[in-house]
Design a protein. Structure first.
Length: 245
């Protein structure tokens, strides 16, 4: 499968066979991560590959009940890591916010590279961030020192076809998501309603969806679960040596 086919056929995979990845598959994913673009070439994303079953179960338990992690063969955590810059290039303490922002970008791109490399080899995965409500616990589990902090996780494994989705999840219209030169408001109520119904039909076809929702309802349900108190997360990153001033 060529690169474009991999990208166009992407679907999040949440159910996996109890089958380990081959050494070649793992090495290819690692190569893709290392070759990912890096802001200013600071290379401040460190990835931790987790295969220990007890750790996988613990991470699944603290990630909002995301027990798919516990059953998957692998979980890769993409972390901000400012230790090398501090040793080699006199990075200030605390780490300036713009450098922190670069690190978030690096971790996000590395995660996508890893997922694309996995899918190109017939594997599947899903990115998660539900661990952030207990980010201190997972940081201790991974023995992350000051100036190192988790950002994004990726579950990877061999897809279990029994749970494969009947179709790709419908996206908003392309011209709503991609614009030329300047931003404009593409919203059209009729087009949006048509999209909502497409999404609802997709949800109804999923065996895991007991109460099919349209896209608006799905978003509202997720937003209602958000914890508005972000102070603990900010405090965690500040204690890791990052400035939000």
């Amino acid at each position: 499968m060529n690169c474009l086919e991999v990208l166009f056929k992407h679907q999040s995979v949440r159910h996996f066979k109890q089958q380990p990845l081959s050494e070649e598959q793992v090495l290819n994913i690692k190569k893709a991560i290392v070759q990912t673009s890096s802001a200013c070439f600071y290379q401040i994303c460190t990835t931790i590959r987790i295969t220990d079953r007890s750790m996988l179960e613990a991470i699944g338990a603290i990630s909002g009940g995301t027990m798919k992690i516990a059953k998957a063969p692998e979980f890769w955590m993409f972390c901000l890591d400012f230790t090398k810059l501090r040793r080699a290039a006199s990075l200030p303490d605390p780490v300036p916010f713009d450098i922190f922002f670069h690190g978030i970008n690096d971790c996000s791109m590395a995660c996508q590279s890893a997922l694309t490399a996995a899918e190109a080899q017939g594997l599947g995965g899903v990115a998660i961030g539900g661990f952030k409500n207990r980010i201190i616990d997972i940081s201790k589990m991974l023995q992350l020192p000051k100036y190192v902090a988790p950002v994004l996780g990726l579950v990877i494994g061999v897809p279990d076809e029994v749970y494969s989705e009947p179709q790709q999840k419908p996206r908003l219209p392309m011209d709503w998501l991609i614009m030329d030169n300047v931003w404009h408001d593409p919203f059209d109520a009729d087009v949006f309603e048509e999209y909502n119904q497409q999404f609802k039909a997709y949800a109804a076809a999923r065996t895991s969806s007991n109460q099919p929702k349209d896209w608006r309802q799905a978003c509202q349900a997720m937003l209602s679960k958000r914890n508005p108190n972000v102070d603990p997360l900010i405090k965690f990153y500040e204690e890791k040596g990052i400035s939000f001033a």
